[in-house]
Design a protein around this ligand. Structure first.
Ligand code: FRU
Length: 475
């Protein structure tokens, strides 16, 4: 299996790298389809990012765990495949999961996915162990499907609290409600249920989706934050317009019964392509998040990269902090290493008509707008004639518009924003990540401009200081 996967990489290497939409400084599959980030950890000083990977097609299928490693979070090495779906308990995929270190060993927890011919599913939460971070020995299932749940039960995230290990699993109850379920262990091999942590219809939450994927419980600023990707939320006002959502609840976990008392759900990202994020704490004590810069929807198969045998990427790594009850995300400071060819414009005044600024164009690049003051009406930044970022000072709304890959029609995502003071925009060859007001809101999206259109223009009423850097290609 592994050899077949490597053959695919070699076979399509030139075709994949010839794609004008191949990204310069994001993690991508060497061939085929990538989805969730998995097993994020800094182990023996080295950063490891694993990812859901189908090497054989640009569709979803029996997933592998692909693997990248890094010592600086900027430059990455493609490592050998970590997990291939070989055993009976993972026949249809080594699905998403997480990593922890204990006594010098690296433990990967993941979901063994089995689909039977009669259409039924089986699910096993599995363990694989490594002493070098590269080669993994499978230990098989460590947790079976508990009573009360359908086989949509997956994506174990493991952490330690005091003297015990905890695991949260994403689940669907028999009556088709999404839920996060808590388990505990003292030895990482034997797991018992603690309780129902949170879910649709639990802890005062109303109907909140039929399945919760990729839960992650993290500790920020003395509080607990449950990240989760619920499926089945209906659009409401400006919210929940993607097929599936990713967001968080801030609260307090009672480790004795598993109950998580929490506030309202908040979306982590306001753009089009963001799903299944996962975090880890690095040796500097930072909580770092990666998301999948994509989503399983009917549009994904219309992405133009598919004709070059690859699809999807991970987001940039982001430092996560809790300010009040709000999660802020900022690009990791290490990414400044990519900067070159700085261009600065102080006190730029945009008054009505569309303008370009000397030396401010190209891609891949980073744009930083500081001390932004927006006058009456709108302020717009148009990126490569394909994406328009717009702030409406009267309505106090931010929005991002792009062209839908399938319908070729414009589509828009809007969020409430009481004021705009700062914008940090990362453009790669077919992606944009926009950090607003130092990470208060984030927009993540893929977009596919004409490869030779490098224009950036500004319109409306605003004053700002602007710095632009070209960004280096990482490999
Ligand atoms: C989320 C997800 C997970 C699952 C994995 C399979 O995108 O559906 O729930 O483990 O992808 O690739």
């Amino acid at each position: 299996l592994m050899q077949q996967a490597y053959n695919e990489v070699v076979k399509y290497k030139d075709k994949v790298s010839s794609d004008p939409y191949r990204l310069d400084y994001h993690l991508m599959p060497p061939v085929g389809l990538l989805n969730d980030p998995n097993g994020l950890i800094q182990y023996k000083g080295v950063y490891h990012v694993f990812y859901q990977w189908n090497p054989f097609a640009t569709t979803h299928g029996a997933k592998y765990w692909g693997h990248y490693s890094s010592t600086d979070m900027v430059h990455w090495r493609l490592e050998p495949i970590a997990l291939a779906p070989r055993e009976w308990y993972e026949r249809n995929g080594c699905y998403s999961g997480s990593a922890v270190e204990e006594n010098g060993l690296l433990y990967l927890f993941y979901t063994g996915n089995v689909k039977n011919e009669d259409g039924t599913r089986e699910t096993y939460q599995c363990l694989a162990v490594s002493s070098d971070g590269i080669h993994f020995e499978k230990k098989g299932p460590v947790l079976r499907l508990p009573k009360g749940y359908n086989a949509h039960f997956r994506d174990p995230k493991v952490w330690r609290s005091n003297d015990r290990w905890y695991m949260v699993v994403g689940a669907q109850t028999h009556d088709e409600k999404g839920e996060a379920v808590l388990f505990t262990s003292t030895d990482l091999y034997n797991w018992e249920k603690v309780g129902r942590m949170a879910g649709s219809g639990l802890n005062g939450l109303g109907n909140f989706g039929y399945m919760w994927e990729c839960p992650d419980l993290i500790h920020l600023n003395g509080k607990e934050v449950l990240l989760v990707s619920p499926q089945g939320l209906k659009p409401r006002g400006h919210l929940y317009h993607n097929l599936f959502q990713s967001g968080y609840f801030v609260g307090q976990l009672d480790y004795r019964n598993g109950k998580f008392r929490h506030g309202d759900f908040v979306e982590l990202d306001r753009g089009f392509d963001f799903y299944a994020p996962q975090t880890f704490t690095d040796e500097k004590g930072r909580t770092v998040l990666y998301g999948w810069m994509g989503i399983t929807d009917e549009d994904e198969q219309s992405q133009p990269t598919i004709s070059n045998n690859w699809v999807h990427a991970l987001t940039l790594p982001r430092k996560v902090e809790l300010i009040g009850e709000k999660v802020y995300q900022r690009p990791l400071v290490e990414l400044e290493k990519l900067r070159k060819n700085q261009v600065r414009h102080q006190n730029v005044k945009v008054e009505g008509k569309q303008v370009e600024l000397a030396g401010v164009n190209g891609t891949p690049l980073e744009l930083l707008l500081n001390s932004v003051r927006v006058g009456k009406g709108k302020f717009e930044v148009t990126l490569r004639n394909e994406a328009v970022l717009s702030y409406d000072a009267d309505k106090q709304e931010m929005s991002l518009q792009r062209t839908n890959v399938k319908t070729k029609q414009p589509e828009i995502r809007t969020c409430k924003l009481s004021s705009l003071s700062n914008l940090q925009i990362f453009m790669d060859r077919s992606s944009i990540e926009v950090f607003i007001n130092n990470g208060e809101e984030v927009y993540t999206a893929r977009y596919f401009p004409a490869p030779d259109d490098l224009s950036i223009s500004f319109k409306g009423n605003a004053i700002f200081d602007l710095t632009k850097w070209d960004l280096e290609k990482i490999k």
